[in-house]
Design a protein around this ligand. Sequence first.
Ligand SMILES: Nc1ncnc2c1ncn2[C@@H]1O[C@H](COP(=O)(O)OP(=O)(O)O)[C@@H](O)[C@H]1O
Ligand SMILES: [Mg+2]
Length: 252
Amino acid sequence: MLEVRDLRVRVKGIEILRGISLSVKSGEIHALMGPNGSGKTTLAYTIMGREEYEVMSGDIFFEGKSILGLSTDERARLGIFLALQEPPQIPGVRVSPFLVTVLNKKIGQTDLSKPLPPPLMKEVYEYLGKVGLNKEHLSREVNLGFSGGEKKRSELLQALLLKPKLVILDEPDSGLDADGVKSVAEIIESFRKKGKGILLITHYARLLKHVKPDIVTVLHKGEVVARGGSELAERIENEGYKFLNGGNKNEH
Ligand SMILES: Nc1ncnc2c1ncn2[C@@H]1O[C@H](COP(=O)(O)OP(=O)(O)O)[C@@H](O)[C@H]1O
Ligand SMILES: [Mg+2]
């Protein structure tokens, strides 16, 4: 579904990703780990086509076709969704009309403020409960005054409603308590069951106690330094990132 091939990426003139390759298949959870600053978020943004992220060489294929020439919007329409590590606040825009706009766009409605068809509205409420938010949430301004965990839940709500083929989750567990981590894990498992490809970015291995990744890739300084199965995540859980250079890379 997703194939990243020997990708080199520059941000503001500085090379951040230095030859990354990885792939995500349908129904597969590929965990992307690595210390802070290793380039995980940069890879997520580059897959999504964010502007400042300049691809110097390599390619990104989605369902067999290069997406490098496509805008972020076009990539989203193909079925790629990124749940942001730090979702932005949108003062003045309330969650409910925001979701209505996004979903109307998704179903091809030209009047983006038109009330959603009842079955879609039903889904909004259903998934609201699933991510652990309530109706009151819909009348709040997007991410304004939300706790870290509420922002993450709100991102997941969008992922559930938009039904992408590939879900990229950038540290979906940050700011969540133990119960929150479990509910995020359940949602990720439900994505896998539906046959979505999942690129799960996580600094800590604690989420990977609840979701078993098929593949674990470890980045360090913009390069892939380790790849393996779920045992690699267990090793990181126990030892941190020291093993990368046997040195002081244990950034927590
Ligand atoms: N927009 C940007 N402007 C400047 N530097 C950036 C930008 N995005 C990322 N970087 C740099 O790229 C490196 C990797 O960052 P990032 O991808 O956020 O790492 P991670 O998500 O693994 O913690 C860091 O050194 C960071 O400072
Ligand atoms: Mg990051």
